[in-house]
Design a protein around this ligand. Sequence first.
Ligand SMILES: [Fe+2]
Length: 213
Amino acid sequence: MWVYEKRLQFPVNIKETNAKLAQAIISQYGGPDGESGAAMRYLSQRYSVKNSRVAGILTDIGTEELGHGEMVCAIIYQLTRNLSMEEIEKSGFDKYYVDHTLGIWPQAAGGVPFNACEFQVKGDPITDLYEDMAAEQKARTTYENLLRLAKDSPDVCEVLKFLRTREIVHFQRFGESLRMVQDDLDSKNFYAFNPDFDRSAPCVDPKPGCNKD
Ligand SMILES: [Fe+2]
């Protein structure tokens, strides 16, 4: 279960609205490398990890990503609150506005809706942790792209910089997790397959009758 703390992990205090920037930043809520996908990825993957420390790391980081999604929503809300119709039309926010008014809906910057196909749960911790490390790098790159677009909005940059730094920390923690899972493996199987699952599969053991436990 979760205990909700009624504060953001890092404060969001944006003084000026900017609908154009909001349309780019929304990608980190519902886009391919956004916080919603990250939270769902880790909170779903944790069930098939036998190493309890690694399962705990996935739970911790998945929970933190939910908090990052909350921060991204706060940015979008503050960048778009009280927009006039003129600002909506001029900024190109009209296409989003027609479907969602000024509500917050998970989509990528290009308008593609959030989709669970953007993350995987493969049931093999090594496969999943490699995906997680790549996902953190992709999220970092996305924040760097957003920082370039937000260079004239220092109060937005401050929050984006914090979020970018967390992606680097998560990459590091998943690297440590991968090492822990690899250390649990029989060295003969290193990188080859998941012995918990594949033990009885004939295709991974050349000995005849290997599929009879
Ligand atoms: Fe992350």
